[in-house]
Design a protein around this ligand. Sequence first.
Ligand code: ZN
Length: 602
Amino acid sequence: MTNSLYIKYRPKNFDQVSGQKIIKQILINSILENKINHGYLFYGIRGVGKTTLARIFAKSINCKNRNESYNPCNNCDSCNEINNFSSFDVIEIDAASNNGVDEIRDIKDKSNYSTTKSLYKIYIIDEIHMLSKSAFNALLKTLEEPPEKTIFLLATTEINKIPETVLSRLIILNLETLSEKEIFAKLNEIAIKENASFSDDSLKYVAKIANGSLRDAISYLETIFLYSKELNEEKITKILGILPDSLLEKYLDNKEKMVNFVQKSEIDFKNFLLILINYLTDQILEGNLKYQKLLNNLINLSINVKDPYLLKLSLINIFIGGSYSKEKETFLNKEAEKLVEEKEDYDFLEQKETDNINDLNNDELIDDNVNLDENDDIEDEKISSLSTEKEESLIIDDDPLSSQEREIEEAKTKEIENFILESKFNNLNTDFEIKKIKITEGKDEKSVITDFVNIKHYLTVLFEFDKKKTQKFIDRFNYLSSYINKKFVKKYVSCLLEGKILVSSKDSIIIFGLPNSQQYTTFKAFSLEEGFLNFIKELFGENVILLPILSSDWNKLNLIYKKLRAEDKKVVERIKIDQIVNQEIIDKYKKIFGDKLEIINT
Ligand SMILES: [Zn+2]
């Protein structure tokens, strides 16, 4: 199993750390002058190097071969043990996992013993703001009378959640958000080492959308690499679903392209709207007034519409030439309400309840997983009754529209109507790839075992919904957080914690809901890793396939399902790969193909 790029290129000494000049200097000075404090707090947004710097600092302090240098040698026993997470003297605790009170109480006892072979006993505690009150009290007591030769290196993204009494005992190191230039330099280094072909502009673009977080930038890069080692803006747009400035301008001048992009995108539309507004504001400040009207419409939209799916519809509406108006908002709001109603209409769950599972409280299952209430009388005809409702909603207050304008309005709403219907079929994020194995012989690629999941596979899960299995997996999923302390699965756990199990089929294929497209992308990247597959097997107690879906698409999927069911059109499409390529299957192929077997993307 190879590590992710972020781990692979994690700096091992101070010189390799991107940015953070001032913080590095403070730490280096205290090493060189041998003035080490008992407690440090590394504070900054995610992915700027807090624990990386803490670990380098810890290595340097305890390094046996450091001599006059401030950098750790990364070669002595102490350095090696810290690099392998096996040191008894440098202990890493994730406060998010169990609120750490026991561990911290332990510290006082344990730290009275002398260190085994290092100079200092060092505790690196990540996400320190997650500690419970009693754990903070225990920490405070320890900091008030720190055991000799004990150092606390604490890291947090939320300094405001840390008690003043604790802060006053610490040296606070405020890590800066990284500049695009710094992020670009690191991406450039990685891309070269990974033999990628890329343009500077495309890397600059990735650096830009990472918003100062190096970890996010590298994880974007990794996601792109999963598909291709070639980087250009078009690929980035396609893979990450984000539109670079250079294309933004082109698309703004070509309505068809823009509408097409918005229709097909997996992006976070709230974010996209902000990017658009920022871009257009810059344009207007530069004297380009042709977008003034569009900008006004978008600003109105951003103030008035919050629902992401509705936002998407409204954006399309604006780009096909409409404008924001009170009437349209009423119409679109009705659409949103309808979507919510549809979302709440999960009668398929009730219908399948004839499976009679006594110990399962159906309401709870529903509440926990799909958020619905008793409102299940809404029929599909609601959509077809759209046009009458639309007319009603347009005739309100003092009607400011002329009949000609109204005709245009109606034509536009008709287009939206069609879009709603069509998009259900075309616009789901279901291009999900399941595990690849490549068998190579010399340089020739022999065969590839892979499967791509499409919407039919998702629908099959709904048609073959199994309540017992669903409940079993939900129960097991509840134990997920107990794994967060485990080093090698931590990243999977935090990714999975963002989502939830929606339904499982009798074949243990689970539809797994994720709130936004960034988490969806992360999930997709992880899902090809061997470690991930092994972990979910352990978590669920059997081989399962998790099919990710964005929450917004989950609603759409259900609409399609209901339509098909109403028309008695059952969809059954099996995922061909042998359940999922797990270690057993790999072993089986290894026996057959020996060294020729190469596992891709793990
Ligand atoms: Zn060393």
